[in-house]
Design a protein around this ligand. Sequence first.
Ligand code: XIL
Length: 315
Amino acid sequence: VKLHTLAKSKGKLYFGTATDNPELTDTAYDAILDDGAMFGQITPGNSMKWDATEPTQGTFTWTGADQIVDLAQANGQILRGHNCVWYNQLPSWVTSTTWTAATLTSAIQTHCGTLVGHYKGQIYSWDVINEPFNDDGTWRSDVFYNTLGTTYVQIALEAARAADPDAKLYINDYNIEGPGAKATAMLNLVQTLKAASVPIDGIGFQSHFIVGELPSGIQTNFEAFTAQGVEIAITELDIRMTLPSTPALLAQQKKDYTTIISACQAVTGCVGVTVWDWTDKYSWVPSTFSGQGAACPWDENFIRKPAYDGIAIGF
Ligand code: XIL
């Protein structure tokens, strides 16, 4: 059974994957990526980020992002845009300019409006804001918050809405999958934005997990969000382990994939699941978390792991 077809048959909108431009020269990789029955949705892993799309203020470069948008459209796959405003992977002009509230507001409006507008009508959902909170639920100290306070969120969301009224506008973060201070902060933000009629359609739960360490209470937490009138999605799923992988770790990983997919399946407002690339060959994990890896449902030789069956069981 192929995973997007299965997810659709169980009432979800999509099962999808992140991908990145350098991998696309790997024809064996492409053969699986391009299968719309396996992946009904694509997220560019890097090429829509601020450093890639507006490396110099006011000069936009679309080559990488367009390549992935074109690929998804050729395969009949819907797209998640990722992302407009994030503290990371910023061009140096954003981090080095001495901003005023007015000049940074204008820069955010130009960036989000131009980026979202370039793909108007072609993107199912946009991560307009990425990773706004610290793990303790306080606001992340970055150029946006430090210059504009929490108002940068509204500024970006309104610019995105104006640029593509049909795109679902999301805020996306990690360590909000289970209940806790960070999830509460995100829930409070949703309530505040809704009360102020700021456009917000969805919350993305990145879901970068560690084998055997999934939080408890995921479904209940998901329901607390959908009860506020937003949809939700699992946006960057992977479940890493300390290498080397063993049969026992792979068996636990299978269970963990089932757990998170089941939580989405149980919540009507959870629209879909995206893995943060499908093969260990191109996972971001080993280069980011030293000594860890094997986080994806396919191994580095494109062989399905037990995790694949774990996903299928969860839907
Ligand atoms: C990662 C990419 O996968 C890497 O290739 C890049 O070097 C760093 O960023 N949360 C996010 C994603 O929202 O944008 C990150 O993607 C992974 C963590």
